[in-house]
Design a protein around this ligand. Structure first.
Ligand SMILES: Nc1ncnc2c1ncn2[C@@H]1O[C@H](COP(=O)(O)OP(=O)(O)OP(=O)(O)O)[C@@H](O)[C@H]1O
Ligand SMILES: Nc1ncnc2c1ncn2[C@@H]1O[C@H](COP(=O)(O)OP(=O)(O)OP(=O)(O)O)[C@@H](O)[C@H]1O
Ligand SMILES: [Mg+2]
Ligand SMILES: [Mg+2]
Lengths: 254, 254
């Protein structure tokens, strides 16, 4: 019943974590009940909600690597209706530990099934195509691929789309994907030209809405709240709000 | 004989690849013979030198995962005196494959030993603290940690320094580290204040030189040459040149 959205890209530093927390904040503002899931050993999503990532027992590492029950993990944050499954540094062991398991990519999907109190579940991924990102792609209805309008990021999309196609043909035939342009600088010639190339190459798979550079996003994570609470009238808060309109618009069509 | 410098950070998008290729270009300009090593499955360093990363047989994946000889890999690029060990997407298997080997973190160090024609060897790492980055830290004399002057990046330094300390106490007692501030925007309040915090917290372990935002760096990778060739009079070319002065200055002290 919950709409599961994964935020993934092998390319580093493209605003995966920032997109996860910002969308979470906007969804809660619209009255939805949201669970954020931090699958990155860096635990930046956990940090961005003001929680120190120091408890292994209460983390996605315990859930995925030790098989502990999702209901044993305390998920409360300081923001009502916005829950979090925190990360822990032990997640760096995921590829080693999970590669010897049976059905290693179904673990997250199966544990999220036992939760029924959320409208949306948002999953933040580390910058690699390992077992953790695979778990997120298999569990999701939609994967958002944040990307900068720059050469290395645009190149990374090839590999991302190939990986997603493989998962659509295998474990998750209903998986949809959309590219989200982030960290966009309207004055930058390269950004404008790469954006055109992305629209030409990916067509309607690129969200019309894009997220421009907004230093308030850098400030909000220090304070430990989403942008919609920290600076509700900022440009990026509005851009993430209209992104949610775009997501729920096409989700209804399905 | 060769000075081995690894460029590493678990945080994604902090200009690891950009720093590697830029330092390589400046060293060659000063008359040194340089080998670049691409350890990232994204193969951005390989791409930035205009080489399509499509040959598994001729890659660091074959070297590290299949034990092929380093002398069998063609290392030429279009730039004289600047050689490259190209990457391949298969590197994503590194953690799984290497974790069952004996001395998995010594593979790179031992294979680089058989080369004697280089003055500098620069190693680009993926954005995770897995087996590939461990190989780079064990092989290196110096590790440069590029970091943005932002919250998540500054937080990542804790984990990086803890990991480096463990390696200094174990496999590589001579390993030195330095933090390099990159993508710096002098007009940005957060950047200025985090930079101050980094100087206070890390002291002389932070390079005095920092790399400011310079869109010419984005352009140079599309053309497939280092910044010192693409835009020799650009601000970032000068900043990377003075960084090399700072590196060779303290290396001589040792
Ligand atoms: N629109 C924006 N404007 C300004 N800064 C931004 C914006 N989006 C993200 N940032 C900043 O850019 C940096 C990279 O973003 P973030 O850490 O969310 O990316 P990521 O893809 O999650 O990185 P990683 O690959 O390391 O997980 C962060 O310091 C973040 O605060
Ligand atoms: N000083 C700079 N000014 C402007 N753009 C820069 C600068 N340094 C790097 N970039 C751009 O920022 C992006 C991130 O840099 P880069 O890819 O080198 O980081 P990385 O740490 O290697 O990322 P990853 O973690 O994915 O390996 C690239 O698109 C690059 O072209
Ligand atoms: Mg992140
Ligand atoms: Mg890189």
């Amino acid at each position: 019943n919950a709409q599961i959205i994964s935020v993934a890209n092998q390319k580093g530093g493209v605003a995966k974590t920032t997109t996860c927390i910002s969308l979470g904040g906007v969804l809660v503002e619209s009255g939805y009940r949201v669970l954020l899931v931090d699958l990155d050993a860096q635990a930046n999503l956990t940090l961005a909600l003001g929680k120190p990532p120091d408890s292994l027992m209460n983390s996605t590492a315990c859930l995925l690597l030790d098989g502990s029950r999702i209901t044993n993990i305390t998920r409360l944050t300081q923001i009502p209706a916005l829950d979090l499954l925190p990360a822990h540094a032990e997640l760096i062991k995921a590829d080693r530990v999970l590669s010897v398991r049976k059905n290693p990519t179904l673990i997250l999907k199966n544990s999220l099934r036992s939760l029924d109190e959320y409208d949306y579940i948002l999953i933040d991924c580390p910058p690699q195509l390992g077992m953790l990102t695979m778990n997120a792609l298999v569990a999701a209805n939609l994967v958002i691929i944040p990307t900068q309008a720059e050469y290395f990021s645009a190149y990374a999309l090839r590999n991302m789309v190939q990986t997603i196609t493989r998962i659509q043909q295998g474990e998750n035939p209903l998986l949809e994907y959309r590219v989200l342009i982030t960290l966009f600088d309207v004055r930058n010639r390269i950004h404008r030209s790469v954006r055109e190339q992305l629209y030409q190459h990916f067509g309607e798979y690129v969200f019309r809405e894009m997220i421009q550079i907004d230093t308030k996003l850098r400030e909000s994570v220090v304070v430990g709240v989403p942008i919609s609470l920290y600076a509700p009238k900022s440009r990026s808060a509005y851009q993430y709000r209209s992104l949610i309109q775009e997501i729920s618009g096409y989700a209804k069509k399905e």
